[in-house]
Write a protein that binds this ligand. Structure first.
Ligand code: ATP
Ligand code: MG
Length: 445
């Protein structure tokens, strides 16, 4: 029988030719998060199933239908469907909440959900997300939303709308649930089977149902904003004021409830209409009860997660700029074994200086080597043959303008090349900086 070596449905291969797109998002995300005081956290890929049941919520789609749960020996584990639960677990287990507050962490990780695969909806996907714990102030909500907005702007995404809502606290939600139940009860027969069940356990989930009929019925349902208690209402008003002060456009959308159970007060989404139903590139909100629910003290917290695949779909569509991967600085085209060995040594030395150097590993002739140097986009080439070795000097050719400079092949080679390369590269970089705002970031690669 033939071995199935195709990738599983709903997974993606990321090839070398595309990886600079991921690096662009990751680098700008890291820099943006750091500039808001966030540090990176790395958490396990799987956790005890209970953690997700108790945090994401037993009546959510994620827990009911989408989790990858495996039994290994006696214990059951679940591949993380999102990053918040594991992050909070990590914070609690390592005492981070006893340190200076607010605690601010971000992560870039893969998530696993058993969904029907389609563009922008995968079974293994990646998130850039973050969590801030300790502040109950709406300033924190504004800060986190502002961070997301800054990142989307720096990635040069256009036509993205911010929707905000408040889903209140347990106090105001009790009243709202009553009203919601009463409304849906009148149209119970039309609801999908899952929503009939939700009506009992968690009526707000009906508003998040993807079935068109349930969505239609949900349109006339009572809205949470009419039921907010004074504290929640005040929180929401302040958030709107801060966003306005920060010049961040938003729309209040009382239908946003988010798909995870742990949210309280503020919820928000950044949405584009450009990729159909999978248009939510970022979702987040406040979850003041979650930490306590997981056995910690009462520590208010909030966060968001962005789907990196969805960001990249939009960026590709909008022809956004990516950071160019650095190419070969200097390629040695050689004739004969002796020259090849010289190239090997010079390359070693250049690499120690931080240059990207290459020479022939394929036994190609000189012409084929030059063709290859062109193909990989080498900035400079040096031809090394018997003559060059005998005379102890060679020509460095600038592949862009064809200019040649002669330099000596002694221990001063690297220093001499550095002079040439620096001049050329500085002027090149200056040009690029003018053309793309992305290059204004410190590039430490
Ligand atoms: P949706 O309503 O699109 O299913 P969600 O509410 O389930 O999204 P969250 O759990 O809030 O999404 O996850 C945050 C972000 O992660 C989403 O806004 C989206 O960008 C991304 N995301 C979620 N599920 C997937 C998936 N299956 N494939 C790719 N990206 C995803
Ligand atoms: Mg979902």
């Amino acid at each position: 029988m033939a071995v199935n070596i195709k990738r599983p449905n709903g997974t993606e291969d990321i090839l070398p030719k595309d990886v600079h797109k991921w690096h662009t998002v990751e680098k700008i995300a890291r820099e943006t998060a750091a500039s808001f005081g966030f540090s990176e956290i790395r958490i396990p890929t799987f956790e005890n199933t209970d953690l997700f049941m108790r945090s994401v919520g037993e009546t959510t789609d994620v827990v009911q239908k989408e989790m990858y749960t495996v039994k290994a020996k006696e214990t059951e584990f679940t591949l993380r469907p999102e990053g918040t639960a594991g992050t909070i677990r990590t914070m609690l287990q390592n005492g981070l909440l006893n340190e200076a507050l607010p605690q601010r962490v971000y992560y870039i990780l893969s998530c696993f959900r058993h969904e029907r695969p389609q563009a922008g909806r995968l079974r293994e996907f990646h998130q850039f997300g973050l969590e801030m714990a300790g502040s109950k102030s709406p300033l924190a909500d504004a800060e986190v939303i502002s961070l997301a907005k800054t990142l989307l702007d720096r990635l040069e995404l256009k036509n993205i709308e911010l929707y905000i809502n408040s889903i209140g606290c347990p106090t105001c939600r009790a009243e709202y649930h009553k009203a919601l139940r009463a409304y849906f009860e009148t149209r119970k027969d039309e609801l999908c089977d899952t929503c009939k069940d939700r009506l009992e356990k968690n009526p707000m989930r009906i508003l998040d149902c993807k079935s068109p009929i349930c969505q239609e019925i949900g349109k006339d349902a009572p809205v949470i904003l009419d039921y907010l208690c004074e504290e929640c209402s005040d929180h929401f008003e302040k958030l709107k004021k801060y966003l306005t002060k920060l010049n961040i456009d938003f729309k209040v959308n009382p239908k946003i409830v988010r798909g995870l159970d742990y949210y309280t007060k503020t919820v928000f989404e950044f949405v584009t209409t450009e990729i159909g139903a999978q248009g939510t590139v970022c979702g987040g909100g406040r979850y003041d009860g979650l930490i306590e629910q997981l056995g910690g003290q009462h520590v208010p917290a909030l966060g968001f997660a962005m789907g990196i695949e969805r960001l990249l779909i939009v960026m590709d569509k909008q022809n956004c700029d990516y950071l160019e991967p650095r190419k070969c600085d200097i390629y040695f085209a050689t004739m004969g074994d002796e020259a090849l060995e010289e190239a090997m040594e010079l390359s070693k030395e250049l690499r120690e200086y931080g240059y990207f150097a290459e020479y022939d590993l394929m036994g190609r002739g000189l012409k084929a080597q030059m063709k290859y140097a062109n193909k990989i986009g080498a900035a400079f080439t040096v031809v090394l043959g018997e003559n060059e070795l005998n005379e102890g000097k060679a020509k460095v050719k600038n592949m862009k303008n064809g200019e040649e400079t002669e330099i000596r092949l002694n221990d001063k080679f690297t220093a001499a090349f550095e002079d040439i390369a620096m001049n050329e590269m500085m002027s090149f970089l200056e040009e690029e900086t003018e053309n793309s705002p992305l290059f204004s970031f410190n590039d430490n690669n």
